[in-house]
Design a protein around this ligand. Structure first.
Ligand code: NAD
Ligand code: DAU
Length: 346
């Protein structure tokens, strides 16, 4: 297995989304010798403002689809490595309309790995802990690199399918690939459809936050900056053919996160709405990050309360960034949630 890798020019797909743009900003800030080309289709989730602060000679945006084989091949041919973030990413949307998830997440990955194998370019694949399905609430078990794939939703099954393609391309064609599997990210520039930004922006608007089901679902939160440094570590130090789990020991149930947000806004801890649960809703995710720590990575943004306070402050200061998406997002949620109540009485 080849370990260690040097690079001057990388292609980052999905670099105008939440996690991809954090990675692009991280690379430009921390690795001055590296040029970044971003390939992004600018779907509802992509926003060029997320990388607009970066110098043009360091980060260049190409607007296009990862399923466009000719464009992908042309861009891969100019890169030393590809880091693939682009995806449809929201579970609720995948339940309402799965087709774009299969298209972008499966066919998009196929298109990229075909170009990388034909041109022998190093490939890093960004995946999610949701490929493993969920863990019980009442057990200390965590996901490891050996956990079985048991995805629950159209989103997670499309990500699992993409991972399977990458694994097969490594074994059959010798594709020089690594895979990272990360837990729930939070931080700046996250779309208002996701749990934490949705509740923060509801609270800014004086509206009541919304909690699915009984609120006991557990997510293993990691700051998006730590995800970026982990991907860089795997890309440059990881062993080809290997998978690495990324997490920062941040397990919290949704009700506790929501109450922390309510406290930060000086609101009563019960001042929220229970709403209809997500179909097939995963109970708990938890990551054992030992393998990645052995590779020399440690998370640095591990104070969740302070990370949350910074995130709240950012959304308060950047209403111009999130306001245009807010009303349409809440309209979709109103359709899904209707008047239904969740909570212990369902
Ligand atoms: P996001 O929805 O915020 O951004 C996705 C980006 O991909 C957008 O910029 C969008 O325009 C782009 N995109 C979508 N379809 C495309 C296409 N066909 N061609 C080109 N670009 C396209 O997503 P995110 O939260 O930043 O997640 C990025 C990656 O990280 C995904 O692969 C996701 O599965 C993975 N991930 C995310 C988390 C998390 O908590 N957010 C955790 C683990 C893994
Ligand atoms: O685990 C990694 C995954 O984390 C990523 O692969 C996904 O792309 C990312 O969206 C995220 O998936 P989740 O489904 O866990 O994230 P979401 O923000 O949608 O929801 C987090 C939890 O909060 C989940 O248990 C559902 C719940 N929730 C969500 C919303 C939007 C609520 O209770 N109320 C809400 O309004």
């Amino acid at each position: 297995m080849a370990c260690g890798f040097a690079l001057n020019s990388i292609l980052v797909t999905g670099g105008c989304g939440f996690v991809g743009s954090a990675f692009v900003r991280y690379v430009v800030r921390e690795h001055p010798g590296v040029h970044v080309t971003v390939l992004d289709a600018l779907t509802y989730a992509g926003n060029p403002q997320n990388i607009a602060c970066l110098p043009r000679n360091r980060a260049e945006l190409v607007v296009g689809d990862v399923c466009d084989a000719k464009l992908v091949r042309d861009l891969v041919a100019k890169a030393d490595a590809v880091v693939h973030f682009a995806a449809e990413t929201h579970n609720d949307r995948s339940i309402a309309d799965p087709a774009p998830f299969v298209k972008t997440n499966v066919e998009g990955t196929f298109t990229l790995i075909e170009a990388c194998r034909q041109l022998d370019v190093r490939y890093h694949h960004v995946s999610t802990d949701e490929v493993f399905g969920d863990l019980p609430l009442d057990s200390p078990a965590r996901f490891t690199e050996e956990s079985a794939y048991r995805p629950s939703s159209p989103y997670s099954s499309s990500k699992a399918a993409a991972d399977m393609l990458v694994r097969a391309w490594v074994r059959t064609y010798g594709l020089r690939a690594t895979i990272s599997i990360c837990s729930n990210n939070y931080g700046l520039y996250q779309h208002v459809e996701k749990f934490i930004p949705r509740q923060i922006t509801n609270l800014i608007d004086g509206a009541r936050p919304k909690l699915y089901g009984d609120g006991r679902h557990v997510r293993d939160w990691i700051h998006v900056e730590d995800h970026s440094s982990a991907v860089w570590q795997i890309l440059t130090r990881g062993c080809v053919g290997e998978t690495y789990l990324i997490g920062a020991d941040g397990e919290r149930d949704n009700l506790s996160v929501l109450r922390e947000l309510l406290r930060a806004f000086g609101r009563d801890g019960d001042d929220f709405d229970w709403v209809r649960d997500r179909a097939g809703h995963d109970r708990r995710y938890a990551i054992d990050n030992s393998k990645l720590r052995r590779l020399g990575w440690t998370p640095t943004h591990t104070d969740f309360s302070s990370g949350l306070a910074d995130t709240i402050a950012w959304y308060k200061a950047h209403e111009d960034w999130w306001r245009p998406a807010k009303e349409a997002t809440e309209a979709l949620y109103r359709e899904r949630e209707g008047g239904a109540r969740g909570g212990c009485c369902g």
